[in-house]
Design a protein around this ligand. Structure first.
Ligand code: CP
Length: 315
């Protein structure tokens, strides 16, 4: 594997999930693969889980790991081709990415959307420039439109904890006070549509995701109906795709509570984290027996390790 930016870069998702679960049982079995290899993790935005889990995954594989918070510690990056750099930007992404490729055998990049210009965000301009100019394999640590390491960890978690062959999985919108990207729900939907699950998306009117990511899903505005008989509930806020990046306010009654769990199949509740308590998800859910959010975050290591292993094997 030379690129991990979406589910479309994976030839066999079931095999990748199985690989992740195997690595969970025997984390240090492949340290020879990473010996004298360097993983460079580049963050243009904040992170706790992605940073630490991917770092740990690289270390488990015997790699050296370097982390650069380029938004805070690097030179201000110019992203536009042809720019006359007489403003605040100091280094062009062409040189910056190419230089990083001299120091690292595999590069991870996190780059969030601006949520102002849909065409620019959905073209993945920044992430694709890293891929184009760094010259080494690249793994997405969350881009403008997708978060594939999160989605792989989510599928690993569902596979690990499911009690029926084809579980019902519901992605439900949750309230928030800020406009958040569509990357996590886009990506989760894209992976679930390829997995052997019965997949439903529930959101208030005005929050439809791009149909490019949801083909095959059942989509409804009725959360109660969607939650009926659910085995897994994936809770996430996102801003509107149309009008792009907007939030309408209201819909506070979409926050998941124990009462809403009653008609489910004792559903396990997932969230990618970080989560705002009692806004997106109630204390009673997060502190109750149905929450698997910490277990899910733990699986980020094995998802990242499975991907890095495949990349190391292709070097
Ligand atoms: N879920 C996730 O990506 O967490 P971080 O933003 O903390 O990395």
């Amino acid at each position: 594997m030379k690129l991990f930016s979406s589910v479309h870069d994976v030839t066999d998702i079931n095999a990748l999930v199985a690989e992740a679960l195997k690595l969970k049982q025997d984390p240090y079995a492949h340290q020879h693969l990473g010996k004298n290899k360097t993983l460079g993790l580049v963050f243009l935005n904040p992170s706790l889980r992605t940073r630490m889990s991917t770092q740990k995954a690289g270390l488990n594989l015997g790699m050296n790991v370097m982390v650069l918070n380029i938004d805070k510690e690097g030179w201000a990056l110019e992203l536009q081709d042809g720019a006359i750099m007489n403003g605040t930007t100091v280094e062009h992404i062409r040189e910056a990415a190419a230089v990083m490729g001299q120091y690292a055998d595999i590069i991870g990049v996190r780059s969030f959307p601006g949520l102002k210009d849909r065409e620019e965000d959905y073209s993945e301009a920044i992430f694709n420039k890293f891929v184009k100019f760094c010259g080494v394999p690249v793994v997405s640590l969350e881009s403008a439109t997708r978060h594939p390491l999160q989605s792989l960890a989510d599928l690993v978690t569902i596979q690990e904890l499911k009690t029926t062959a084809r579980p019902k999985v519901v992605l439900t919108w949750a309230p928030h006070i800020k406009a958040l990207p569509q990357a996590v729900p886009n990506s989760f939907a894209e992976w679930m549509c390829k997995a052997d699950v019965d997949f439903t998306i529930a959101h208030p009117e005005g929050y439809a995701l791009s149909s490019d990511f949801t083909s095959g899903a059942t989509i409804t505005h009725n959360q109660d109906e969607a939650l009926k008989d659910a085995d897994f509930i994936y809770v996430k806020n996102w801003s509107a795709y149309e009008p792009y990046g907007q939030i309408t306010g209201g819909n506070e009654d979409w926050m998941l509570t124990n009462e809403k769990l009653a008609p489910t199949n004792n559903a396990k509740v997932m969230h990618c984290l970080p989560v705002r308590r009692n806004l997106e998800l109630s204390d009673e859910i997060l502190d109750g027996p149905n929450s698997i959010v910490v277990h899910e975050a733990g699986n980020r290591v094995w998802a990242a390790q499975a991907v890095l292993k495949q990349m190391l094997e292709s070097l």
